[in-house]
Design a protein around this ligand. Structure first.
Ligand code: FMN
Length: 189
């Protein structure tokens, strides 16, 4: 299958060596350079979730100035081991690396809401992080996500979970009186 969009991953956990595209100046320089490529397909920026609200706003302010960018993905792995989703005794025993699945759910949701409230007219939001069920996906949609990605959920539950989520989403939407996902996007933000 041909790719439908490109993901510009500025939050890759494998990025080492002091390079950071988070400061607005560096991000702007990166987007200026990528913009020159005149990419034809939609481009979504994959965002971090361990940054503060203000830092994320600073990044979104830069992103919306580059009008060729279609949207953002919230978000990448949980790198903040102080996040309340962790059992603190347990996290002390964890080795090197970052966290996917449930530890990403709460903060990615907060940032979907932040992005939708402030930038929802300019950016399409892809919700990603801790989606295992239709309820999880619906939560992100109601906060502002127009599309959903799931990685860990599919690893644990298998690929059939996607069909199951799609079917159950139809029920959740109809329970709330919606006939289309687009009607539910952002209603809680
Ligand atoms: C096995 C695995 C490999 C991943 N590899 C990358 C990667 O190379 N670059 C990246 O930015 N994110 C990577 N991620 C993060 C995911 O793209 C996603 O943002 C994160 O896991 C939250 O979604 P999830 O809870 O549905 O897994 C990876 C996640 C998993 C579970």
């Amino acid at each position: 299958m041909k790719n439908k969009y490109y993901e510009l991953n500025i939050s890759c956990p494998n990025l080492k060596g002091g390079v950071s595209f988070y400061p607005p100046k560096e991000l702007n320089a990166l987007l200026n350079a990528v913009g020159k490529l005149k990419i034809k397909k939609p481009v979504f920026v994959k965002m971090p979730i361990e940054k503060s609200d203000d830092e994320v706003r600073g990044m979104l302010d830069v992103i919306v100035k580059h009008k060729w960018i279609t949207g953002v993905i919230f978000g990448n792995l949980q790198k903040d081991r102080k996040d309340p989703s962790f059992v603190q005794d347990e996290i002390l025993t964890a080795g090197v690396g970052n966290f996917s699945g449930k530890p990403t759910f709460r903060r990615s949701n907060e940032l979907i809401k932040l992005a939708y409230s402030g930038y929802g007219k300019k950016l399409i939001i892809i919700g990603c992080g801790g989606v295992f069920t239709a309820e999880d996906a619906y939560r992100k949609i109601r906060l502002g996500a127009s599309l959903i990605q799931m990685i860990t959920g599919m690893i644990f539950e298998g690929p059939q979970r996607i069909t199951q989520i799609n079917r159950e989403l139809v029920e959740l939407l109809s329970q709330d009186g919606y006939s289309n996902i687009s009607e539910a996007v952002g209603v809680d933000s």
